[in-house]
Design a protein around this ligand. Sequence first.
Ligand code: SF4
Length: 200
Amino acid sequence: MMREPRESRSEERVNLLDMLPAEAEATLRAFATANGERPFRAAQVVQHLWSSPRASLDDMTGLPSAFRERLAEVFEIPRLALSTRQRSVDGTEKFLFRLADGEHIETVAIPDGSRLTLCISSQAGCALQCSFCATGAMGFARNLRLFEIAGQVRETILLTGQKPTNIVFMGMGEPLMNWKAVDPTLTILNDPSGFGIGSR
Ligand code: SF4
């Protein structure tokens, strides 16, 4: 279902990263047409959400500047704030992201030749309390939203310039306990208009 963009205060802008690629493109196509811009601009924006991400709408410099300004009045593409970045001698990098409500989540990028495996989180904390696990000892804070899970892949590309080849849900949380957000995340990961990372 296409979401109606709301034109109101900045904190109520529509989060494009909380949509599936097809939904975002349909919403943007309607927005472009309503604002006198050509419909193909929608696909250009979608390309810069996931597959070739830009840090902000204003950074999508292939779009006319007036259209970028109009987009930013109605839509948002929130970043995950980088709190800590650590790199080990073997090239593995650990990112700690701070979410808007102050919760923190971990993402780990593990290089192996031409492959880059990204270990992402699906929950802040975890309720399952496996005895060997530090996250389990923290307890459960909340489920992550779609844009916070897929956003870890987006942030990694923005921060490292490298696109992951493999994704594993072995960060914080049990993904099956947050299936409502993990299911659409898998669509974004696989969709050629999303990250285009093939399933196997
Ligand atoms: S994060 Fe994974 S290993 Fe840790 S407590 Fe939760 S389910 Fe168990």
